[in-house]
Write a protein that binds this ligand. Sequence first.
Ligand SMILES: Nc1ncnc2c1ncn2[C@@H]1O[C@H](COP(=O)(O)OP(=O)(O)OP(=O)(O)O)[C@@H](O)[C@H]1O
Length: 374
Amino acid sequence: MLHNSEAFFITRVRFIFMFGINKLFKKDNSDESRLFTLLEGYKSGVFPLGIEHEWVERYADKPDVLDITLSVPFAVQSANTALATYLSEHLDKRVTVTINVHLPEQFKYKKIKHIVLVASGKGGVGKSTTAAFLAQALVLEGANVGVLDADIYGPSIPSIFGVKNEKPSSKDNKTLNPIVKDAIKIQSIGFLVPAENATVWRGPMASQALNQLLNETDWGNLDYLIVDMPPGTGDIQLTMTQKVPASGALIVTTPQDLALADAQKGIAMFNQVNLPILGLIENMSHFLCTHCGQKNHIFGEHGGAELASRHGVPLLAEVPLNVAIRETSELGGNISTLPANQASNYTACAQLVSSILHYQTQATSTVDIVITDD
Ligand SMILES: Nc1ncnc2c1ncn2[C@@H]1O[C@H](COP(=O)(O)OP(=O)(O)OP(=O)(O)O)[C@@H](O)[C@H]1O
């Protein structure tokens, strides 16, 4: 039997519980669920499925600003600004977004999470420049990156990074320390063998050299290892592709018919060995007139887009023919010094490659549950 005062207390607690606490949390809950709904609804090329709940590391809803910190499993650090603007417009409040990048601890090879081959059917289309700038963009997007220059016909990575006079050292006479520039670990056939020796190599020698460089370099932990492949689609490239546990390949082409025809052979080569093609990059796509700003399609128009759609691969970027790109690549510079409208091509490409690899890995690591009769 309860005393009046006890009964009153319980009723009061019940009342507070039913109305008070609910009311207390109602605003927070609805604010939180609105925020999560907005995040989930934020779709873009790099976030095809929106921002997942588990990526939200923390958020603080202060009177004047909403601060959100995300932990995203692919390299998209600079996607924060666009996301903050979107949220701010929908919530009618100032929003800041910080994106931390943490790829899952799934390794494709030793402590390397993804190996990406950069290939071209034809020589001189800007494959090495694209590989180097993509690596730099991935670093700026929050990833740990290495570059392996396997282009035996013209190892230009040391020169593009401005480290061509460096020689890799070894601490134990078994492994080589990569050269580090702009936080990128670099290894090149050009550091070790004079160019005139390497170009006469045949298939097995070339692929063995690639294997050795891959195996015997102390890469440490890497999110992405970008491999600059020799141009072409012959036996050498095929053997190399088969020897490397790559996650996918990128094909660089110019819009010229000849380059496109060779790029098509590259697509066929990777299809033959079942290596996913992450996308096509059309380099020297057009020239923007510095006087009138008009786009001139010097090498032809729509070639990359048509090739991509014919083979069902994404066209990741249309990089213009540009003096700053040439100078940066020839003088050993970094894309952070490029004009913003040029650097953005590589940023977009890096984000897309990283996102595609994430969703590709998720799709392939899904376990199929098969229900059988027995
Ligand atoms: N978008 C661009 N705009 C201007 N110049 C470029 C562009 N891309 C590459 N280049 C220049 O084109 C030349 C060839 O580039 P790169 O060495 O990257 O080509 P490649 O395809 O790797 O050549 P190779 O077949 O010899 O390996 C370099 O001088 C480079 O600076």
